[in-house]
Write a protein that binds this ligand. Structure first.
Ligand SMILES: *[C@@H]1O[C@H](CO)[C@@H](O)[C@H](O)[C@H]1NC(C)=O
Ligand SMILES: *[C@@H]1O[C@H](CO)[C@@H](O)[C@H](O)[C@H]1NC(C)=O
Ligand SMILES: *[C@@H]1O[C@H](CO)[C@@H](O)[C@H](O)[C@H]1NC(C)=O
Ligand SMILES: *[C@@H]1O[C@H](CO)[C@@H](O)[C@H](O)[C@H]1NC(C)=O
Ligand SMILES: *[C@@H]1O[C@H](CO)[C@@H](O)[C@H](O)[C@H]1NC(C)=O
Ligand SMILES: *[C@@H]1O[C@H](CO)[C@@H](O)[C@H](O)[C@H]1NC(C)=O
Ligand SMILES: *[C@@H]1O[C@H](CO)[C@@H](O)[C@H](O)[C@H]1NC(C)=O
Ligand SMILES: *[C@@H]1O[C@H](CO)[C@@H](O)[C@H](O)[C@H]1NC(C)=O
Length: 763
């Protein structure tokens, strides 16, 4: 997305509904709520001339004045709260609709490994979105979530995603999309329409002279099926999302928005069984990019034609508006193909209640009083505090103001406010900085920023050292923020290094030599190499706090003081700094090879600083199997049972593993149970490990036990062959719980190798 353009267009006319009571459309079937939504949309589209179709095939649809069809902007945003975007207009400060609840960034919320939480957050976001829409302040279609796996630690937009693991992302996206849309393909009305982006293989902005606008990602069919697309399968097939977005980049030479293999064969046929009637939007200007800079077509008119024919229904941009009519005139695409695309768009608006008569429209009761409610505020706090990951603690934490009254707070995040929102943010109702939160908690705080995120200037050091010298405890808050990691401009941005930027660690080192104990808060979405902090005994504790949103300071202080026991787990790997010298960003392969140590916790052959899934607690747990795992499963029985039960075979159960979790320490705490597996069966090299199930068990009291139920599906235990098919292979499997392999078991799959999912093959 181009954010500068987004802000520029934000002043465009506010949405309004078509007049289905008295206007020219009132006699058209589109306004008849007893009719089927497809017929209603088709009846409207039948009225439109080719020029009117073209004028409404772009995100800034101008409507049809003669029919009383108002303008509509398809592009609103709500990644972690209703967000500033072309379709969303916040009111001036002090007025109603001047803010919306600002939740943490997905990379942090993902760390809670609590999909009930994600669903509750999405439900609040869609409620607030409807309230904004009712006030003519937002659209009903939101270009969210970003579900490309965060594969390369340098990626500038990784903070928008739920992390690096396709299974974790899939569970997150299911919980999120069903919360936003109001259920699975809800009937009769969508609450709002979500948009899973960016399909496919998009995780590079600008690196080494290559940009997202022209990059052609070389991706094997195996990696496409196994790593880059499972989150989209869950989004379209299982959560029945209303729309997806094709990406700027090309895959194997074909720009995504012009690729019928991606958009027809994979999305509509394989995920949607040809019955998915959601729509596909281009990323903004991606249709124009098919012509330039991709040079896939020799004219802009043909770029429109090939994109529409491939399955891009709406152009976020202006290319369709200016060229589709010519493309039809030149017989590069048929008018009926254009009508099909526009019918999908209006079908989705019908399902949103947009064409219902005023008295009958759904969700009309939602208004300003439903925004930033006390429940929403406490949910934003819970989403942050339950996600924060404790990476190190030598026993110092938790601390209280009675034992450590004087706290020195230093670093470029110490008084963070808007920094805590990350990117794709809205206007928050309030932003509780770490400084404010420590003061509220009763600490006597001395504050000095000390340094900036990325500077070599040491001019602030002495003030910070003075502030810290008489303290009982020193807290340093720094790391990354949008100034070094986010998509900042039209070119986008990736990091070149994954070390702590600037001189922050130098300042931490000087603070650590003063004497008082030191707590480091590592903030930001991507990881930085904290191995020096991990190894150094002068650093007593290390927390990762991501972008924690409106109550971020309170969440951090709640964890530090023990009001909330930390239980988050890293949804991504923290690599050593040298990793970026070992692999290029343009290398899309996952498995290790001559010039790659492998990617993500599944294939990385080196030693991470902190592994995917890592996180510590204020208490200790002992684990045992609550029921003994079976020693073997017959593949034929599994597949037969799956076919009998109906649903998708890959969603059918292998087994529900049950683990007894006993709190053997002295602090009540949640525990995230992560079940990993590895296979010696099937094609080699196999992933070293794969997350196959997880659950968050809440509030286990000291001395008490709880049972973690860990269902594993056939799809999770299947392996991907070179053609991307999912196959159950006979042989030996190992499973274990937690990154520390607290308990483990082995089982065999017996019988014949059996394919359970056939992946579409390239054309
Ligand atoms: C509305 O649609 C229903 C179902 O298609 C149809 O039976 C009914 O006659 C329509 N009403 C009007 C006023 O057209
Ligand atoms: C929104 O637009 C509609 C239609 O133009 C109008 O009737 C209504 O008063 C507007 N609502 C608000 C809150 O501005
Ligand atoms: C349009 O572009 C496609 C893809 O490059 C190409 O196959 C086709 O021949 C082009 N058509 C025209 C008329 O240029
Ligand atoms: C389509 O072609 C006709 C006849 O060649 C021409 O009159 C008309 O202007 C063309 N329309 C567009 C949009 O190119
Ligand atoms: C902290 O940040 C807020 C908001 O930017 C600012 O108003 C306040 O003065 C800052 N506090 C200090 C002590 O610098
Ligand atoms: C806070 O600490 C400073 C410096 O040690 C001290 O002068 C001041 O009295 C303390 N304030 C309170 C409220 O304890
Ligand atoms: C930090 O600043 C240096 C020097 O200006 C610059 O070269 C580097 O790219 C910056 N790093 C990041 C991560 O922005
Ligand atoms: C640990 O930090 C202290 C204080 O900054 C420093 O003197 C020491 O050299 C560090 N040790 C290591 C192994 O980095």
């Amino acid at each position: 997305m181009h954010f500068l353009i987004a802000l520029f267009l934000a002043t465009h006319a506010l949405a309004a509904f078509p007049d289905c009571a008295n206007g020219p459309l009132s006699t058209n079937l589109v306004c008849n709520t007893s009719a089927n939504y497809k017929d209603r949309a088709a009846a409207l589209v039948a009225e439109l001339t080719l020029d009117e179709l073209a004028a409404n095939s772009v995100n800034l649809a101008v409507g049809v004045p003669r029919l009383g069809l108002p303008p509509y902007n398809w592009w609103s945003e709500a990644l972690h709260g209703v967000a500033s975007s072309p379709g969303v207009t916040f009111a001036p400060r002090g007025e109603d609709f001047s803010f919306a609840t600002s939740f943490p960034q997905p990379i942090l919320m993902s760390a809670a490994f609590d999909d009930g939480l994600i669903n509750r957050v999405a439900t609040v976001i869609s409620t607030e979105a409807r309230a904004f829409n009712n006030a003519n302040r937002s659209g009903l279609d939101f270009f969210t979530p970003n579900i490309n796996p965060f594969k390369d630690p340098r990626w500038g937009r990784g903070q928008e995603t739920p992390g690096e693991d396709p299974f974790r992302i899939s569970q997150y996206v299911y919980a999120l999309v069903t919360g936003l849309q109001g259920g699975v393909g809800p009937s009769p009305y969508y609450k709002v329409v979500a948009d899973c982006k960016h399909f496919a293989g998009y995780d590079l902005e600008a690196w080494g002279g290559v940009t997202r606008m022209s990059f052609s990602a070389p991706i094997s069919t195996q990696d496409l099926a196994e790593y880059y697309t499972p989150s989209f399968k869950t989004c379209v097939r299982d959560a029945q999302v209303g729309s997806i977005m094709c990406s700027y980049n090309a895959v194997n030479g074909l720009p995504s928005c012009a690729d019928p293999y991606l958009l027809q064969d994979i999305v509509r046929e394989f995920y949607g069984f040809e019955s998915w009637d959601g729509w596909v939007t281009s990323d903004c200007d991606a249709v124009g990019n098919v012509f330039d800079p991709h040079h896939y077509t020799s004219t802009l008119v043909n770029a429109s034609a090939v994109s529409l024919k491939a399955g891009t229904d709406v152009d976020c941009g202006m290319t369709y508006a200016t060229t589709l009519a010519s493309a039809v005139n030149q017989s590069l695409v048929s008018e009926s193909e254009v009508r099909t695309a526009i019918t999908r768009l209006y079908g989705s608006l019908v399902r949103l209640g947009y064409f219902d008569p005023p008295g009958g429209q759904p969700f009309r009761q939602l208004g300003w009083s439903n925004v930033n409610t006390p429940d929403a505020q406490s949910l934003a706090l819970e989403a942050a505090s339950s996600s924060i990951v404790m990476l190190k603690n030598d026993g110092l934490l938790p601390i209280s103001p009675s034992h450590f009254p004087r706290l020195a707070l230093v670093g470029p995040w110490a008084n963070a406010t808007t920094q805590m929102q990350g990117n794709y943010q809205g206007v928050a109702p309030f932003l509780i900085s770490p400084l404010q939160a420590f003061q509220t908690a009763g600490f006597n705080v001395t504050f000095a920023p000390g340094t900036a995120i990325n500077t070599s200037s040491t001019s602030g050091f002495s003030a910070a050292l003075v502030a810290a010298q008489d303290a009982d405890v020193i807290a340093f808050a720094g790391g990354l923020d949008n100034s070094v990691e986010a998509e900042q401009n039209e070119e986008g941005e990736d990091r070149l290094t994954i070390s702590w930027p600037g001189n922050q660690l130098e300042l931490v080192s000087q603070l650590a030599s003063l004497g008082p104990p030191v707590i480091v808060l590592q903030m930001g979405g991507g990881q930085v190499d904290s191995s020096a902090l991990k190894a150094n005994r002068s650093i007593n504790a290390l927390l990762w706090g991501g972008y924690p949103g409106q109550s971020g300071g309170t969440a951090l202080v709640d964890v530090i003081t023990g009001k909330t026991a930390p239980a988050g787990r890293l949804p991504l790997t923290q690599y050593p700094a040298a990793y970026v010298n070992e692999i290029t960003m343009t290398d899309m392969t996952l498995r290790p090879h001559g010039s790659s140590p492998g990617r993500t916790y599944k294939w990385y052959t080196g030693t991470p600083v902190f592994p995917f899934g890592f996180g510590q607690h204020y208490t200790t747990f002992s684990l045992s199997w609550a029921s003994k795992p079976p020693a073997s499963f017959a593949i034929s029985d599994l597949v037969r049972a799956a076919r009998v039960s109906g649903g998708f075979v890959d969603n059918a159960p292998l087994h529900e593993f049950r683990v007894k979790v006993r709190n053997t320490g002295r602090v009540a705490s949640d525990y995230v149970a992560l079940l990993f597996s590895s296979a010696s069966a099937g094609p080699q090299p196999a992933p070293r490990q794969e997350l196959v199930s997880f659950t968050r068990v809440k509030g286990i009291a000291p001395g008490a036990s709880a049972t973690a139920s860990l269902p594993v599906t056939l799809g999770q235990i299947a392996r991907f062959d070179e053609k991307g098919n999912s196959v159950l292979y006979p042989g030996q499997y190992e499973i274990w719980v937690d990154t520390t392999q607290e308990i483990s078991a082995r089982f065999r799959l017996t019988g014949q190798e059996t394919q359970i999912v056939a992946f579409p093959q390239p054309r």
